[in-house]
Design a protein around this ligand. Structure first.
Ligand code: GDP
Ligand code: IMO
Ligand code: MG
Length: 422
């Protein structure tokens, strides 16, 4: 299995959590390298459904070490509550969790600013998760952020926090929002910091030692390729590098230590929030929502849905260097016939085979479709790829070929057992 970077090849929610859970069986360590609790990774473990936000999805399996890397932005209060929730559900959390001391903190003023900025944008809003992700990464880039290492030094933390709160409260007041109490945040954060202290470490050193010992690491991407701050549908993106390179910068593990990149993609397309989605289709959205599917794991928002977009996924293969593909939610198309696949865009009379860089142009792209026959049968009980109806096998192989990577997994349901290996 070697050291694998797992990335979302679309707009997030591709089913990364489920695939991580399957792959964790063979890995020693699972690492998150970017994003924060904007992520929601669903894993069905036994009879229970878990949604992981900050903690790597590998935590559900005994004997696996989970690391929150330096590139993640951590809301300590949310993290403590996630730990408590998992423990309550019977998941052991102790020496199996490490938190980077270099990770940046998400503070309540980041969340308040996220909300205010979205409000002021009106129709031009991004549709963020309102978890404060953009403002937290903004502070990191501006070199004015607070880190886990600060939180581990209570006196220093309080001093730094006081300065930051003064500055951010004046911004919030100017925006017409209520200021936030320093005393309350300080107390809450120091308490959360003490709860997190046993997990805090230099995770770069930990990971390097593990590599020397021949341990196998799984890098759990959050969000998806087209939410990447550089390569996504800017400005309708998140604020981190969600593409494969983020796994290196967000953990301190060098590129040549990585052995392969696995792209996860749905058999169709979904997106939460605003921004381009050329293959968006009301019929397929209606059908999936009626089945109770495609509601956000973090915010509960109905996801926008559309046909598979091979222009986008082909580009994702290039940016991430995707070797292998896992196609999820193949069963979502069980009753659809015919099935459309986008193989090109039309923009101002021209045909494009790569997405335009400008988000407004991307929004104006019209998809060029090919049609494939549906299978009109349930696939959820398939145990082997060859159990699938021929039309489903052909569809999966065709979209993998259009994407330009090797098909290695197909998923026909949310449970671990509903995974077909090729
Ligand atoms: P992530 O953010 O990429 O981990 O994906 P989410 O957990 O946000 O959303 C994926 C949803 O699809 C979750 O509800 C999963 O349980 C579910 N899921 C994953 N793979 C499959 C599949 O092959 N079939 C079905 N029916 N559901 C799936
Ligand atoms: P996982 O890891 C889907 C989207 C938001 C919004 C944009 C910016 O579960 O795939 P942010 O709060 O990050 O500033 O929001 O990015 N977004 C996601 N969409 N899955 C996610 O994570 C997402 N994380 C952020 O909806 O459009
Ligand atoms: Mg999700």
């Amino acid at each position: 299995m070697a050291n694998t970077i797992l990335v979302g090849a679309q707009w997030g929610d591709e089913g990364k959590g489920k695939i991580i859970d399957v792959l964790t069986g063979k890995a020693d360590i699972v690492v998150r390298s970017q994003g924060g609790n904007n992520a929601g990774h669903t894993v069905i473990h036994g009879e229970k459904k878990f949604v992981l936000h900050l903690i790597p999805s590998g935590i559900l399996r005994r004997g696996k070490i989970c690391v929150i890397g330096n590139g993640v932005v951590i809301d300590p209060v949310a993290l403590v509550s996630e730990i408590d929730g998992l423990r309550k559900a019977g998941i052991k959390i102790g020496k199996n969790l490490l938190i980077s001391d270099c990770a940046h903190l998400v503070l309540p003023y980041h969340r308040a600013l996220d909300e205010q900025r979205e409000l002021r944008k009106g129709h031009a809003k991004i549709g963020t998760t309102k978890r404060g992700i953009g403002p937290a990464y903004g502070d990191k880039a501006a070199r004015t952020g607070l880190r886990v290492a600060d939180l581990m030094q209570p006196e220093l933390f309080s001093q730094k926090l006081r300065v930051k709160m003064r500055e951010n409260n004046s911004i919030l007041k100017a925006l017409g929002a209520r200021p936030i109490s320093f005393a309350k945040v300080n107390a809450e954060f120091l308490a959360a910091g003490e709860r997190l202290r046993p997990f805090v470490a230099n995770t770069v050193v930990y990971l390097h030692k593990a590599l020397q010992q021949g341990k196998e690491i799984l890098f759990e991407g959050a969000q998806g390729t087209f939410l990447d701050i550089d390569h996504g549908t800017y400005p309708y993106v998140t604020s981190s590098n969600t593409t494969a390179g983020g796994a290196c910068t967000g953990t301190g593990v060098a590129p040549h230590r990585m052995d392969r990149v696995l792209g996860v993609m749905k058999a169709y397309t979904t997106r939460v929030g605003e921004g381009a989605l050329p293959t968006e289709d009301a019929t397929i959205a209606g059908m999936l929502h009626e089945m109770g599917r495609e509601f956000g794991a973090t915010t509960g928002r109905a996801r926008r849905c559309g046909w598979f977009d091979a222009v986008a996924t082909h580009y994702a293969t290039m940016i991430n260097g995707i070797d292998d593909l896992a196609i999820t939610n193949l069963d979502g198309l069980d009753s659809v016939d015919p099935i459309k696949v986008c193989v090109g865009y039309r923009l101002d009379g021209k045909k494009l085979d790569v997405p335009p860089s400008d988000a407004a142009q991307w929004t104006r792209c019209r998809p060029v479709y090919l049609e494939m026959p549906g299978w009109k049968r349930s696939t959820e009980k398939a145990k082997k790829f060859s159990d699938l109806p021929n039309e489903a096998q052909n569809y999966a192989r065709r979209i993998a070929a259009l994407t330009g990577a090797r098909l290695t997994m197909a998923s026909v349901g949310p449970a671990r057992g509903q995974t077909l290996l090729l």
